[in-house]
Write a protein that binds this ligand. Sequence first.
Ligand code: NAP
Length: 548
Amino acid sequence: MSDGIPTDGPDIAVVGAGFAGLYMLHRLRGLGFEALAYEAGADVGGTWYWNRYPGARCDIESMQYSYSFDEELQQEWRWSERFAAQPEILAYARHVADRFDLRRDIRFDTRVEAAAFDEARDRWDVTLSGGARIRPRVLVMATGCLSAAREPAIPGLASFAGPTYHTGAWPEAGVDFAGLRVGVIGTGSSGIQAIPVIAGEAAHLTVFQRTPNYSIPAGNAPLDPAHEQAWKGDYAARRATARTTKSGTIYDFSPHGALSVDEAARRREYAARWSAGGANFMHAFNDLAVDEAANETAASFVRERIAEIVDDPQVADALSPRDYPIGTKRICLDTRYFETFNRPNVTLVDLRRDPIARIEPDGIRTAERLHACDALVLATGFDAMTGALLAVDLRGRDGETLRDKWSAGPRNHLGLMPAGFPNLFTITGPGSPSVLSNVIVSIEQHVDWIAECLAAMRERGAATIESDRAAEDAWVEHVGAVAAGTLYPRAASWYMGANVPGKPRVFMPYIGGVGAYRQQCDRVAAAGYEGFRFGPATLSAAPRRAAS
Ligand code: NAP
């Protein structure tokens, strides 16, 4: 395959071997399709393979952040904590790969660099790293929403004399910060998890914060065996319920609005949820995402807790978010994050007051002074949702690039397929609940839908499926309209593309909810894949060589 002459490769190529790619491979195999997955990393796990930074931990409870497709799997796997840490989630991904014998169909250390739809053959012409090419009929992008790590455009970054680490591409061997002066840039979910742990290791930690974030104590603890048993004894029913919820996660949903109860009752509710820990806090009332006044009651409760926890009132003030509604950026869960700023070896630099001028060999120079650092940690996030897709040079009919098609924001039908790109599916792509949901629930739903769609195609003898532009237009409009009915577009978040200079400001995920979304996908399938078109078999139906 290295001579540059296109060979057929598998019938279906899956890009990525994270949770989406693993399950896709398993489902396709079960349906008798010939599929291979191509993975840039050296092992399975996707985001949980790359994000090995200290403190990395899931913000959805372990009993819910796992596959539901196999009853034995969900019964046998034992989580050790209420919120699983990265090594345990990676071990789970490895277990799944081994248990279902998936590795033999995964090509590791192989990046998909380009893919062009060959209209004469109804096949994708895919270029892999190293120059090898394959020509699958179907391409499934299981590339993840938070997998294209983003380095900040700070002048002088490359001139820094010490090591620089990105939380989203952490060295496998780990990093020893003992005795070092460490600078962390970024206070999103990754920074908020890493900062308390690094503070415990480093001689000194300087945190460079541009925007303060709302964070709730995770309340992490060893998993209570009675809790585990309650879930395992009722797993199928609970999973079924989760699939009907807005975020694919069972929380203690309140049926009341925040302003429908008096202040004392409201504060009791927030206080109970704050001490129990976790994102359940955001479900204390049912209107926090849509009503500004309701939202402010939760936001001010969090600011009061920050003021209580942090000793220095000036630092507490700098750590208090004020200019966007709580929850409109992904809510953070932490373990002693605000408490960390009481440590004598931790300094907060408020970049809004004292911005970074440049990075120098010895550290970070702000308007006021040089902050000496021996090592830098970039917790600066991702080119989310579209970054990993656009990193592949994707070309559909008439040579149209996905980059051009999405120049004003992502467009596709049902979050599953961009018009003009036949046989190209995206798992948890923009336009689907994806990052607003328990992503494993969304992955399972997308994978099942795609697998059943491919089986329907096979039954019809069709060579292609593609979405109609009219259906795509209607879906994109619907995604925007639903978002506009919420407070979410008020925040300059990565959901809006606001963290990447020049990226179109469009609310990318579908906020209509996992349950409602599933119903729409099911209805489309039941109606013979309404809004999609099947194309007849062509020469490409001829028998091909075996997979390479
Ligand atoms: P993020 O939320 O995008 O946060 C990036 C941080 O870097 C922000 O504080 C940002 O400030 C700052 N930053 C970026 N460029 C900067 C610059 N040039 N100068 C100074 N500061 C800069 O990224 P993330 O923390 O990696 O999290 C991304 C998402 O991944 C989360 O929202 C979550 O969905 C997921 N995640 C989940 C978990 C979990 O399950 N617990 C853990 C980690 C990540 P501004 O806000 O001012 O732009």
